[in-house]
Design a protein around this ligand. Sequence first.
Ligand SMILES: [Zn+2]
Length: 79
Amino acid sequence: MSLFDFVFGCSHQRCSFPITVKGKLRRSAAAAVTGTYVVCLDCGKEFPYDWTKMKMVRSEPDSSAAPNPITVASGSKAA
Ligand SMILES: [Zn+2]
């Protein structure tokens, strides 16, 4: 890995065939996202792969994007 890759990141143009991990054990962080991941042949970094979109998922899963929509109408219970 060159300093350029270290600073700006690898472009990840060459990746392995998508690898599907069966079972919940021995999943890497990348495979845990979609269950399928690809490995960059240049830098060796693993990325989650989305079969439905036929592309790798580059962004980290953001759990804060969709908080639980709790819409409870309080005060409707008339005792
Ligand atoms: Zn790479």
